[in-house]
Design a protein around this ligand. Structure first.
Ligand SMILES: [Zn+2]
Length: 237
């Protein structure tokens, strides 16, 4: 006689243990992936911000150059219209300088307009990236908290399960433990409940032959294996 019902209890404890550990692994992986995402978004945002800052600096430089040109133009115009100056060569020279500087001013103004547009686009891009980063940081925080509390809960649960396991194992004979462990090595599931009334193995859904099902129900502490998946069958009589 084998205490199949106790083997089934042991299986349930191991199932719970595995589920708890898998949950923890899944949550940990999730948090690690989120952390990577945060790092990537952070890089993207910093790069976009740097591009925008650079464009602003360029814009300031160009505006300063433009201001210098404007000052020079005023200076030359003052010379040109001053009654003190009457030398025709000097006046012609001033006129040429003014024409050239006006051309420079026009070119600079056009460049500045284009740069302002570019800066606006870069600013929007940086703002968008910042908002994406903040959202993903928030999600990361939330999931980290969930992971931390799950870790605490799992620790308690695993301790309880470990005690339960010990208690069951103490009541099982060496032979029973061997039978269990041999079957457990197959697929982390040594014992499968036979569902009723259809008499199927709950692990692989294989239909248990009528004879076996009848015998199993009458003697639930005899050892029966599923013909399909080789697990120990538990008939919950
Ligand atoms: Zn089966």
């Amino acid at each position: 006689m084998i205490k199949v019902s106790m083997l089934f209890e042991l299986q349930k404890v191991l199932d719970e243990e595995l589920e708890c550990k898998n949950d923890l692994k899944r949550l940990t992986r999730n948090v690690q992936e989120l952390q990577k995402k945060v790092e990537n978004e952070e890089k993207g945002y910093l790069l976009a911000k740097a591009k925008w800052n650079k464009k602003q600096t360029d814009l300031e430089d160009l505006s300063m150059q433009l201001a210098t040109f404007e000052e020079d133009r005023k200076k030359y115009e003052k010379e040109l219209y001053s009654p003190k100056n009457s030398n025709p060569k000097f006046l012609k020279d001033m006129e040429n300088k003014i024409t050239e500087i006006k051309r420079n001013i026009d070119a600079h103004e056009e460049k500045i307009l284009q740069m302002m547009e570019d800066a606006e686009t870069l600013k929007k891009d940086a703002e968008k990236k910042k908002s994406t980063l903040e959202k993903i940081q928030q999600t990361f925080q939330e999931h980290s908290q969930i992971l931390e509390s799950t870790k605490q809960e799992s620790k308690i649960l695993l301790e309880t399960l470990s005690q339960k396991k010990e208690k069951i194992e103490n009541q099982l004979s060496e032979e029973e433990m061997e039978i269990f462990q041999k079957a457990y090595l197959l697929q982390n599931k040594a014992v499968a409940l036979v569902t009723m009334p259809d008499a199927c193995c709950s692990a692989c859904k294989f239909q248990v032959p009528h004879q076996v099902a009848d015998a199993g129900r009458k003697n639930p502490n005899e050892l029966y294996y599923c013909e399909n998946c080789r697990r120990i069958l538990f008939f919950n009589a």
